[in-house]
Write a protein that binds this ligand. Structure first.
Ligand code: 4AD
Ligand code: MG
Length: 443
């Protein structure tokens, strides 16, 4: 017997061969002679049917893990199945002992989330996990193919890049360490790094230093935001793809990079991972068939559409409700909103006439903002004047502008928001293996 994954069996159709498989039982139908078992081994969303003589199948249940071997045949319905002589029970699953999912039942996402340790076993979530994997690979491969280098930016940092005060402060929680510091006459009150340190809200500023040498760079790493929001669009810990490119003077060029990347990843998922996409979206993939160019409107135009066409005028900014209304207005085509008032955006964005900055938000249907970026301020004095007063944390950042500086631009794509958009998932908490949000860090 050779061992094979279900994915491999379905790909190679080894009819007439003896194969051994292993997996978890997803459904079970006992008839007089034969028992029909569907197993899944995680390699694909597809299950494989195993037929087994019913006199052997006494103590197996849905949820149990088994291994089995037998002849690969075609079922009367034309599907591949394994006609097994026997099986080995690896781990039993007696749902009467408190297993939270009964066979063939659908559960609300909130209930599934309360059982986070069993969530990967649900059909939907296992597909979400494979899609995350596939999208991650596509992002790396695509960026590599167009000449970007992956840079590992630190997760511990001393600056708040976005200046929004949404940082998590970190400090060691160790008696042992404090004692050893005291022994070396380091003052007990001084912080571990001699200054405040935070979990990063963005790798951008570090990327900017590297862009001044490697030109085209990106990072794709965890990012942390201490926002008091339990909304279906916010996480305390999320993955962000951030990209920075030097010799970039034009916002249009940056929009093109973002649009091409988003389209490439979606196309690759449609081409190569349609099965899992269909599980996650319930077959609704129309929003992914984006053949049109993304819409480009200015902040001012967005406000005009909101007030004159959508009856949603807003004095300050563009909130979630507005974002969703705008993408509906453009019938689901993603929308770049560009040229924002500088007082609504971060200090590092490049100033342009009329107190605007050369920045964009990319809005996607059902989710709103999935990415944000800008050209970076290249003028030393202008940048200095927008920094928080007396903030020496940013001395090195200013310094970049002094020596051989070239203009750069970049953006950050929220990976879970992107997945949420692609899969049409209601709540972002169902787009990440172990979501963190206020008061929720159990598992
Ligand atoms: O718009 P943001 O704050 O931009 C930056 O951090 C820039 N430094 C990026 C850059 O130019 N390099 O965040 C970027 C994206 C948002 O568009 C959103 O998709 C996502 O990160 N995001 C969140 N995703 C989940 N939960 C949260 N709390 C998020 N906050 C931002
Ligand atoms: Mg933003």
């Amino acid at each position: 017997y050779s061992h094979s994954s279900i994915l491999n069996i379905l790909k190679t159709a080894p009819l007439g061969q003896q194969i051994s498989v292993q997996g978890w039982i997803k459904s079970l139908r006992k008839q007089k002679e034969l028992t029909f078992i569907e197993i899944n081994d995680g390699s694909t969303c597809k299950n494989l049917q195993i037929t087994l003589p019913s006199n052997l199948s006494k103590n197996i249940t849905v949820g149990a893990s088994i291994s089995s071997k037998g002849l690969v045949k075609q079922s009367p319905k034309g599907q591949l199945e394994i006609s097994a002589e026997d099986f080995t029970l690896i781990g039993e699953c007696d749902i009467s002992k408190g297993y939270p999912f009964a066979p063939r039942k659908q559960y609300e996402p909130e209930y599934v989330r309360e059982n986070m340790h069993f969530r990967p076993r649900t059909r939907l979530f296992s597909s979400v996990l494979r899609i995350r994997h596939a999208a991650t690979l596509e992002i790396h491969n695509y960026l590599d193919s167009i000449g970007y280098f992956n840079i590992h930016t630190p997760l511990i940092t001393s600056n708040d890049c976005e200046g929004a005060g949404e940082t998590f402060k970190i400090e060691p929680d160790s008696e042992k360490l404090l004692k050893s510091m005291a022994k070396e006459n380091q003052p007990l009150h001084s912080a571990y790094f001699n200054k405040k340190a935070y979990l990063t809200v963005s790798g951008q500023l570090h990327l900017e230093t590297v862009a001044q040498a490697l030109n085209k760079v990106y990072c794709f790493a965890p990012t942390f935001r201490a926002e008091n929001s339990k909304s279906r669009f916010h996480l305390s810990e999320f993955y962000m793809l951030e990209l920075e490119q030097a010799f970039l003077n034009n916002l249009d060029d940056l929009l093109k990079v973002a649009e091409d990347l988003v389209k490439h990843v979606i196309k690759a998922l449609l081409d190569r991972h349609l099965d899992d996409l269909q599980v996650c979206t319930n077959g609704k993939i129309d929003h992914l068939l984006i053949n049109k160019p993304f819409i480009r409107i200015s902040y001012l135009e967005a406000q005009q559409i909101l007030s004159t066409k959508l009856n949603k005028s807003s004095l300050k900014g563009i909130g979630k409700e507005h974002e969703l209304a705008l993408t509906n207005y453009f019938e689901g085509v993603p929308v770049f909103v560009i040229n924002w008032p500088e007082n609504l955006k971060a200090f590092y964005m490049k100033q342009i006439p009329e107190n605007n900055v050369a920045a964009f938000d990319l809005l996607a249907s059902g989710v709103g903002e999935i990415a944000g970026g800008s050209l970076r301020e290249d003028n030393f004095e202008k940048l200095k004047s927008r920094l928080p007063i007396n903030n020496s944390e940013f001395d090195w950042y200013l310094d970049l502008r002094k020596f051989g500086y070239v203009p750069t631009g970049g953006f950050g794509l929220g990976f879970e928001r992107f997945v949420q958009f692609i899969l049409g998932i209601e709540n972002i908490k169902d787009c990440i293996p172990f979501p963190r949000w206020p008061h929720n860090c159990k598992l």
